[in-house]
Every structure is written in C-alpha cells, then in structure tokens.
Write a protein that binds this ligand. Structure first.
Ligand code: MLT
Length: 232
C-alpha cells in the first residue's frame, strides 16, 4: 500500500510514516537537520517545550502557534531560524500547531521520517527501496485537509510508485493534484489558506523557501524522542 493519509487517522503500526507539514514545520526540520542540528525533539505542548529550560543550557527552545513565535521562546517555525549558524551541533526542542502534533499521533509507526520539498528526491529514493507500507501523513491545519501537504504527498507518489504499491483513491487524487501544481508550484499553492495566513503575518519569504525542491539530502528520522539525521 502507498497512501497519503489526508488526516492522521490511519492505522500506522505496520507502516513507515512520512510526516508532512510543508508550511512550515517539516521544511524547517529538514533544513535544521541538514544544517547540522544534533537533534530536533518534537513535543506536542508549549509547556513541554518550556520544561526543557530547566534541563540545561544546551537546548534551543522553539515554539509556534497559529504561525507566530510563542512569546518567551528562542524562535518558532521559520526555516530561516534553522541555519547552520543558529542550529549546528545544537538540540532544538520544537512544538508547532500541526506538524509536531501529527508526529505524536503517529508514534506507533514502524518508523517515522520527515519529508518536505527540500528533501523530496533523497526521501523518495530511500522510500523506493523500502518494503513496508508507506503512510504519507499530511498534518493539515487543525485536523483539516490542506492543499500543500497533499500536493507534496502526490509528488512523492509520482516519484516512487511502482507495481509493488496499491494506490487508493487518496493516492490517485494527491498525484493528480501534484500534476496540476507541478508547472508552477508557487502559483498553485499561493491559493492555500495557510499561505494567506502567513502572508498576513508578513512572512511570504518563508512560503517561497519551503517550495525549494531538493536543496537538502538529509532524511530526519525519529530515534527515541528525537529526530536525527538518518545514516544508511
Ligand atoms: C504547523 O505545525 O502548524 C506549522 O508548521 C505552522 C507554521 O508555523 O506555519
């Protein structure tokens, strides 16, 4: 099976789960891991993130809600906060509105990896040679469908589908949407509700950055409670 889980409500236990939150959690995670962050610890609640303050000075605390940095934290979810200068050799504790939530709902998965347009080809090449079912978990927005995560799921499907995969209707729909979007991803995805939200906050540059295809090759993978760079 090769399924984009349009909502994180599927049985994850026998699957490799790819967490997808294009604007912006999984794009920022991919960028941070590529830029040498030792680990990114995804937590669900702002309070859990804040609790790391008492665990030592080695943690950078990142919290985002509704697109904005939560007051009192080092930064939020902008990919520009995950440059080598800021995160190399550091451990970031991160909570976001949807991305880290979707990851926590998927904790029973056989394996959890993180995808974004930034690592599309590297991720797809790795997925191609896996024999387990693959669940593309689209974080969406507050448990609702969103277009950018689904279009990315379609991009993965179009790259990796083969005779060993059974595509259900959601996989076919996601791939069709990707084909529609592919000629001009930025223009197609400019109509999404989260683009509108981010534009209102004046952070169009984050949207453009998250649509850079294949600028990284790292695949973040969950080991224990931390996302680290996959070593094959
Ligand atoms: C999320 O996890 O909901 C997001 O990535 C929201 C954002 O910061 O744009």
């Amino acid at each position: 099976c090769l399924t984009p889980a349009l909502l994180p409500m599927y049985n994850v236990e026998s699957s490799i789960v790819v967490i997808i939150d294009i604007f912006r959690a999984t794009s920022s995670i991919c960028y941070g891991i590529e830029n040498g962050a030792e680990a990114i610890i995804p937590v669900s609640q702002v309070e859990e993130c804040a609790a790391y303050r008492d665990k030592g000075l080695n943690y950078l605390l990142a919290a985002e809600r509704n697109g904005e940095v939560v007051i009192g934290f080092d930064f939020g979810n902008s990919p520009f906060a995950y440059t080598a200068e800021k995160v190399k050799d550091k451990t970031v504790v991160l909570t976001t509105t949807n991305g880290t939530h979707a990851l926590h709902l998927s904790l029973k998965a056989k394996k959890i990896v993180v995808g974004s347009f930034l690592n599309l080809s590297a991720l797809s090449e790795w997925l191609k040679v896996q024999n387990d079912d693959i669940l593309l978990v689209c974080a969406g927005w507050k448990n609702k469908f969103n277009l950018e995560d689904t279009v990315f799921a379609g991009a993965v499907i179009s790259k990796i589908k083969s005779s060993k995969h059974k595509l259900d209707d959601s996989a076919i729909a996601a791939e069709d949407l990707y084909e529609l979007a592919k000629p001009d991803l930025a223009a197609y995805l400019s109509k999404t509700s989260h683009s509108e939200r981010l534009k209102k906050l004046g952070i169009e540059k984050d949207i453009a950055f998250c649509l850079n295809v294949d600028i990284t090759t790292s695949i973040p993978v969950l080991k224990g409670d931390r996302l680290v760079k996959m070593t094959c």
